[in-house]
Design a binder for this molecule. Structure first.
Ligand SMILES: [Zn+2]
Length: 137
């Protein structure tokens, strides 16, 4: 980020790509070793390895919106492909698609939330940030 890369700034820039990779893996965006989540979707209060605060994020509903977007594209595309090229009875499809949607959504929620938290950490957003340059919160 251009502002954070300024050599006169006392605030060091953070590696956005590396932090997102750590977040996707459920690891601390700072050190990549400690666990990011204490429970399924609840961020740990701090990293057990490096002590970095992890509960200062404001991910809110963004991970859920992104998971809906991703899962919707995958499931609808797969349904259309099966409808075009497959010959499964409708009752089988009524069992497969809701189950596939549920499993896919639940398996993507934590990595996507981890990536959002890591992005906010890397960009020093919300509670992860340094003091506001104008002295505001
Ligand atoms: Zn850490």
């Amino acid at each position: 980020m251009a502002i954070l890369a300024d050599q006169t700034s006392p605030i060091a820039s953070r590696d956005v790509g590396g932090a997102i990779r750590h977040g996707l893996a459920g690891r601390c965006p700072n050190c990549g070793k400690g666990h990011l989540f204490g429970r399924y979707l609840k961020a740990a209060s701090a990293c057990a390895e490096c002590g970095e605060r992890l509960d200062l994020h404001r991910a809110d509903d963004l991970p859920a919106y992104l998971v809906i977007l991703i899962v919707g594209h995958i499931v609808v595309g797969a349904m259309l492909a099966f409808e075009t090229f497959g010959a499964l009875p409708i009752w089988v499809q009524m069992l497969i698609w809701p189950s596939f949607t549920l499993v896919l959504a639940l398996s993507l929620l934590q990595p996507v939330k981890g990536a959002i938290i890591a992005l906010q950490w890397a960009l020093r957003m919300h509670g992860f940030g340094a003091p506001h340059p104008l002295g505001r919160e």
